[in-house]
Design a protein around this ligand. Structure first.
Ligand SMILES: [Zn+2]
Length: 162
């Protein structure tokens, strides 16, 4: 919680924010949007959105997600690895896994499809990524790179230049 608040409430580290598409620092703050707190669902955390001002960059807005938020997917990494352990390693049924995670079987099916892409990527990248073997060890330093690598690898369509 401290990490989240530090990132969202102070402008510290603002200079190091770069457009993930063209790497310019020519950016301005561009509103915020809410995401649910990892442990208290009713508590909302404002995520800062930025606008890229580089004329040649086809991208308009982006956000830098503070730890422990992941791009696009609404689950947290701990939930994903807990699911992976129960369902893929311990081979529990969908029903048992759903009960232990406290989610519906529909979510279990989506997590299974997601892990099919995520787990092999994570296993490979942790040996070569700057954040390897674990982006959560020093999230202040690596979370920005990690979330960019994550979304480029798992959701490549989102990165298509139009
Ligand atoms: Zn840009």
């Amino acid at each position: 919680m401290n990490t989240i608040l530090k990132h969202t409430c102070s402008g510290k580290g603002e200079q190091s924010v770069r457009c993930p598409h063209c790497a310019t620092t020519l950016i301005v703050r561009h509103g915020t949007y809410p995401r649910a707190h990892p442990h208290e669902q009713q508590l909302l955390i404002n995520i800062q959105r930025y606008r890229c001002k580089a004329p040649a960059c086809p991208w308009k807005t982006f956000s830098i997600l503070p730890y422990p938020f992941l791009p696009i997917i609404r689950h947290f990494q701990q939930t994903i690895f807990f699911f992976h352990t129960l369902f893929n390693i311990e081979q529990k049924t969908q029903e048992d896994t759903a009960r232990q995670l406290g989610v519906t079987r529909g979510i279990i099916k989506r997590l299974a499809r997601f892990c099919h892409r995520f787990v092999p990527w994570f296993a490979r990248e942790k040996h070569i990524g700057a954040w390897g073997p674990d982006p959560e060890v020093n999230p202040d330093h690596f979370w920005m790179d990690y979330t960019r690598d994550f979304s480029q690898a798992i959701y490549p369509m989102r990165w298509k230049m139009f």
